[in-house]
Ligand binder design. Structure first.
Ligand code: 13P
Ligand code: SF4
Length: 310
């Protein structure tokens, strides 16, 4: 699509959104042409909060499956659209509920904290959900000596370092994000840091432990955004999915953002396009809807997280 075609399609989406009282919730990793027409852009926690407080009739979720599912769990009476049902986070698929039940059975009585990057069936079996922005806070607030935690074991490492008194039991054994794995131990980022010693290195907690240890700050995507805004630094090396850089350049101009790995693209996030977003709003499908019994069970740990992280 050329620039004029993009503009014209964006206008069509805006008009339909108005007509249908819809809201466009957009994750930081989405392509620029979708970010530009968002009602709200943010990280998983910020989007959860927006999904909870919206009064729109339709939520168009430009993100991945577990995010749209969470929006639907919070909004049983609103229509939640995910423009492409193949936008599935592979990490969420790494924790089938059967695996979680096995870990729970082996550790009776131990509370379970699950990353929101999980499907509703798994969420329904946990005590509280968390995001990369509040994972350490959730584990600490439970106040127990042991916690079952998953699926992302790099996020588990991040939590362990910040809440050292708690022993985390992984579920599954070693969950990870394919996209954040591309950063490895941060060799490329360190090379960039050598040629830009004034730059701050911001790393997502889904990156490997060795890389986290080399960061100036380990942050959720929302945390990265705030840090770039508030820091006196003028240059940042950004270690997360590449879409984040588009938002930073557009919304916080006058600073320099260097991708730590230009190939770090989440293929499933990129299955959402301006074209399928338009079609989803036009046709009001595909709808994401969680069966009521499951929804009620999965709602509790999400609500608990939102309460505990106020
Ligand atoms: P954030 O909550 O930090 O945006 O992370 C979501 C995610 O899927 C990262 O890969
Ligand atoms: Fe899932 Fe990783 Fe993509 Fe985030 S970046 S949606 S964790 S695959």
């Amino acid at each position: 699509m050329n620039a004029d075609e993009i503009k014209s399609l964006q206008e069509k989406v805006r008009a339909l959104r108005e007509e249908k009282n819809a809201v466009l919730l957009v994750h930081n990793y989405q392509v620029p042409e979708i970010q530009e027409i968002a009602d709200f852009i943010g990280d998983s926690l910020e989007l959860c909060r927006k999904a909870q407080s919206t009064d729109a009739d339709i939520i168009v979720f430009c993100g991945v499956d577990f995010m749209a599912e969470t929006a639907s769990i919070l909004n049983p009476d609103r229509k939640v659209l995910l423009p492409n049902l193949r936008a599935c986070c592979p990490m969420a698929a790494q924790l089938p509920v059967k695996t979680l039940l096995g870990v729970k059975a082996a550790h009776p009585g131990v509370p379970v904290v699950l990353y929101v990057n999980t499907l509703a069936e798994a969420k329904a079996e946990c005590d509280v959900t968390c995001t990369s922005a509040n994972a350490a806070q959730m584990v600490e607030k439970l106040g127990t000596r042991e916690v079952i935690f998953g699926p992302d074991w790099n996020l588990g490492y991040y939590v362990s370092k910040r809440v050292p008194g708690v022993s985390l039991i992984p579920a599954p054994a070693h969950g990870f994000c394919n996209t954040h794995r591309l950063f490895g131990k941060g060799e490329k980022a360190l090379e960039l840091k050598r040629s830009h010693p004034e730059a701050e290195l911001l790393v997502h907690p889904e990156c490997e432990p060795e890389f986290q240890d080399r960061a100036d700050h380990v942050l959720s995507t929302g945390g990265m955004y705030r840090r770039c805004k508030e820091s006196p630094a003028k240059t940042f090396i950004i270690a997360t999915e590449i879409g984040m850089i588009d938002r930073l350049r557009r919304e916080i101009p006058g600073k320099t953002y260097i991708p730590a790995e230009p190939n770090a693209e989440c293929p499933t996030m990129k299955r959402i396009t301006l074209q399928n977003t338009y079609e989803a709003l036009r046709d009001e499908r595909p709808v994401v809807k969680v069966p009521e019994g499951l929804r009620v069970r999965a709602l509790k740990p999400i609500q608990r997280m939102l309460e505990m992280s106020k």
